[in-house]
Design a protein around this ligand. Structure first.
Ligand code: NAD
Length: 495
């Protein structure tokens, strides 16, 4: 049963299947359609057309032809910016449609989806402006030459997107790649393809060039991998699981493609004894429970200095127990459902194993029931205390609403434990002493550190991780634009 309220969402989801979009044409697909489920009731919300390897080849050829035609790749930057803004205007107009679709396919509260759509829109406009702001460089090396560096698009970029924040992660790849002049092919997660497909509808409505924004669906291992390794695809940007990303990165490296990887995390959030707890406690709860904990940057390890440990545990557990769990479509819902029942059950399995390893449950730990939605993938926000730092749940990514709290004796131990991880995506530090907090931030092995805050984003600030959390490229900011550009050195002999 489709629970959509918005007529446009209903109509779009009623297409059977929702076609995918290649070279400005809608395709009914070549393989069995994929069902997209509403995790709040476990029922299909739509079916989408599915590609196969041959369809990937056609998409790559179409994207390359569009690139070679130059209607986008060689368009004047101000023209590209104008067209991206025309697309953004339609995203703005249909933001409620996109938010509802995002909630139906992910299970996140509608208020959170609205925030995601706003973030995607802001990112799109940021890169529309950036399209006009690309610069070359003159490097004088001798009086016999005029020597300079120009920046050019890579060609065709594959964007592989996971299920947790689909619209934001689609735009985080597509917008800089397009601003740089590339053609893109998006392969959304099979479980959450709707918003990337709806963006294609808006691309078409804005009358933007064919073959430049393409979306295909299909399983990662066949369709996704074939796309990334296609000889005409020169760059790939992947967000998803660490093992998948490393596997893909290895294969793509053999072809020397430009590879951007955003992978998992197990982010430490340090609360020092001198922190303002009226901010740190809600901040720590929000760091893990936002997005139902299914956020790569979630602050899933809370490291608390001994003197305030009990107070922080009590405060975070009280917030966890008071969050309004409910129908993701309800305006008042603060905490929606997980992506699927099987994912929820896996997370509950993590909680069971942690208690066997010696952890105690300070809040949650069970399936949550929501009236009228007996088959929804709901679970209680969970806080585990007294967790040994070497227990698997302290080291591995759970990707759900489970906070692990550990007592630390002082700053040095907090830093050592924070860095004792194979991941290095993000971290938090809470202290009234800003010099101390900055010093700690400098020593944390993470791509992003928040001081006295957590999880704030802006398209102008780079985002990405170190160690197993990602490749050296960054998403967002001017750095992401650069990641989708080649630098060409030109030597011109003076006549
Ligand atoms: P996943 O790795 O299973 O899938 C991600 C995407 O990759 C999907 O579109 C999938 O179809 C595709 N895929 C799978 N195998 C592939 C292959 N062999 N070749 C090409 N594509 C393939 O991950 P998921 O379960 O969708 O997402 C959850 C994971 O993503 C978590 O580990 C999380 O930490 C990570 N993540 C990281 C960030 C970040 O910015 N660092 C952001 C969001 C999610």
């Amino acid at each position: 049963m489709n629970r959509a309220r918005n007529t446009t969402v209903k109509e779009f989801c009623a297409l059977d299947p929702v076609p995918y979009f290649v070279d400005g044409e809608w395709s009914p697909g070549v393989a069995d359609p994929i069902a997209v489920f509403d995790p709040a009731n476990g029922l299909p919300v739509a079916t989408v057309a599915c590609a196969d390897e041959a369809a990937v080849d056609s998409a790559a050829r179409a994207a390359r032809s569009a690139f070679d035609r130059g209607t986008w790749s060689r368009a004047r930057p101000d023209e590209r910016a104008r067209q991206m803004n025309a697309w953004a205007d339609l995203v703005d107009r249909d933001s409620e449609v996109l938010a509802e679709m995002e909630t139906l396919q992910t299970g996140k509260p509608i208020r959170e989806s609205r925030g995601d759509v706003a973030r995607a829109l802001d990112g799109l406009r940021f890169y529309a402006a950036a399209a006009r702001n690309q610069r070359g460089e003159v490097i004088d090396v001798s009086d016999r030459h005029h020597s300079y560096v120009i920046r050019q698009p890579l060609g065709v970029v594959a964007a592989i997107v996971p299920w947790n924040v689909p619209i934001v992660l689609t735009i985080s790849k597509v917008a800089p790649a397009l601003a740089a002049g590339n053609s893109v092919i998006v392969k959304p997660s099979q479980t959450t393809p709707l918003t990337a497909l709806y963006l294609a509808k808006l691309w078409e409505e804005a009358n933007l060039p064919r073959g430049v924004y393409n979306v295909i669906n299909g399983p990662g291992r066949s369709v996704g991998e074939t796309l990334c390794l296609h000889p005409l695809v020169t760059g790939m940007s992947f967000t998803g699981g660490t093992d998948t990303g490393l596997h893909l990165g290895e294969l793509a490296a053999r072809q020397n493609k430009r590879v951007m990887l955003e992978l998992g995390g197990k982010s430490p959030n340090i609360v020092l004894a001198d922190a303002d707890l009226t901010k740190a406690i809600p901040g720590a709860a929000n760091a893990i429970f936002y997005g139902q904990g299914q956020i790569c940057a979630a602050g899933s390890r809370l490291l608390v200095e001994a003197p305030i440990y009990d107070q922080v545990v009590e405060g975070v557990a009280a917030i966890a127990s008071s969050l309004q769990i409910g129908d993701p479509l309800d305006e008042v819902t603060e905490f929606g459902c997980l992506t699927s029942q099987s994912h929820r059950d896996e997370i509950l399995g993590w909680v069971d194993r942690a208690t066997q390893d010696g952890a105690s449950v300070a809040a949650g730990g069970h399936v949550a029931s929501v009236p009228g939605l007996p088959n929804g993938a709901f679970m209680e926000p969970t806080v585990l205390v007294d967790v040994p730092p070497t227990a698997p749940i302290s080291c591995e990514e759970v990707f759900g609403p489970v906070l692990v709290v550990q007592r630390v004796d002082g700053e040095e131990q907090a830093i050592a434990w924070a860095n004792d991880s194979s991941f290095g995506l993000s971290a938090g530090v809470w202290s009234r002493d800003s010099g101390r907090a900055r010093r700690i931030a400098g020593r944390l092995e993470a791509g992003v550190v928040w001081i006295n805050d957590y999880g704030v984003f802006n398209p102008a600030m780079p985002f990405g991780g170190v160690k197993l959390s990602g490749s050296s490229h960054r998403e967002w900011s001017h750095l992401a634009l650069d990641a989708y550009l080649e630098h060409k050195s030109i030597w011109e002999a003076n006549s």
